[in-house]
Design a protein around this ligand. Structure first.
Ligand SMILES: [Zn+2]
Length: 363
């Protein structure tokens, strides 16, 4: 019985316990699913958080590494750019230095060129002097440029305006008619003739001399005589003078170099044979237009004939000779006195110095 009694409480206990458990179990079904859910959510949240942390960390690490790499790249590029710009600066300064050198060389070259020109001129002058001295030693001339002015019996002038008509490149087929016109009008002129034409018109040359015109030298063959040797120029002038001399017994009184081209050597050669060098102040351009009206328009235009003019024309053109009667008529109407070049320069300049250049005799 004892056992049974002893056993009973146990059984009772057991019953009690189990009843508690049962009671608990009865309560449990209401609580347990919620807990499980909460645990699951917590766990998931934890996992999510961990994953997020991992991702963020990864991203941060990745970003950091990447930006460090980019920074390094940028730094390197910056370095390269700096180096390039330094190179450019160096090159720029090298270029400047070269430019300066170039400038220096250029100015040195200019200076040398000037010196060379000066030396050349000096050499030319010396050569001319030597040539003159040689001629003087041969007894041809005295110190030509120092000679007194050539004296010409000047016509009485009063206060009339003066004009010197000059005719180049002849004699030619129209020269005889020109001489007729000049004679009829009582006009004196100056003829700058070519040596190689004189032999074809010997009578006309003698007539010019007889009728008071001045005989001028225009070279033998219309050669360009600037830049030529003293011997060449002298020989050419002499070839023309010889022709004139053979007909009238003396050289030409004046020279007009073809194209108006005379350097110092040429002037010295002229001086050596007593000839002043004559240019002009009115160019009628008769050789160009070959037209009476244009000759007259130029002669009486703005920069035309005035007191003291030396007028350039060419008696080898028909139109030039055709223009003469009207030109003379108009000049006479303006009270002009027609003189030869030596007369003009004697009246206005007191004479002519051999080798000296005269282009006009304006008051
Ligand atoms: Zn000419």
């Amino acid at each position: 019985m004892n056992v049974e009694t002893k056993d009973l409480p146990i059984a009772e206990n057991e019953v009690n316990i189990s009843s508690v458990e049962q009671a608990r179990e009865k309560e449990m079904p209401a609580r347990s699913p919620r807990r499980k859910n909460a645990r699951t959510i917590r766990a998931m949240l934890m996992i999510g958080l961990c994953v997020l942390l991992l991702v963020v960390t990864g991203l941060a690490v990745f970003g950091f590494t990447r930006s460090a790499r980019l920074q390094a790249k940028i730094d390197e590029q910056n370095k390269q750019l700096t180096a390039q710009s330094e190179q450019l600066q160096t090159k720029e300064s090298e270029k400047d230095a070269l430019q300066q050198q170039n400038d220096t060389l250029k100015s040195e070259k200019d200076t040398l060129q000037k010196e060379k020109d000066t030396l050349k001129k000096e050499a030319d002058a010396l050569r001319s002097q030597i040539a003159l001295k040689k001629q003087q030693q041969q007894g041809n001339v005295q110190a030509a440029p120092q000679k007194p002015a050539i004296t010409v019996a000047a016509p009485s002038n009063g206060s009339r305006p003066l004009v010197a008509l000059t005719f180049d490149d002849g004699p030619g087929p129209y020269t005889e008619r020109l001489l007729d016109i000049l004679k009829e009008q009582g006009v004196k002129a100056t003829f700058f003739m070519l040596g190689n034409r004189i032999s074809r018109y010997p009578d006309l040359v003698k007539r010019m001399e007889a009728e008071g015109h001045t005989l001028g030298n225009h070279s033998y063959d219309h050669a360009y005589l600037s830049g030529k040797s003293s011997a060449t120029v002298s020989a050419n002038l002499e070839n023309c003078n010889k022709q004139i001399r053979n007909l009238v017994g003396h050289n030409a009184a004046v020279v007009r170099f073809p194209y108006g081209a005379a350097d110092q050597t040429a002037k010295n050669a002229a001086a050596a044979v007593d000839m002043p060098v004559i240019y002009w102040s009115v160019d009628t351009l008769d050789w160009k237009y070959r037209n009476v009206d244009s000759i007259l328009n130029i002669s009486f235009g703005k920069s035309g004939i005035r007191d003291g003019s030396i007028v350039l024309m060419h008696d080898i053109h028909k139109s030039t000779v055709d223009a003469m009667p009207e030109m003379i008529k108009r000049l006479k109407a303006q009270n002009y006195q027609f003189v030869t070049v030596p007369e003009l320069l004697t009246l206005r300049r007191g004479g002519m110095v051999p080798g000296k250049v005269y282009g006009s005799a304006y008051p």
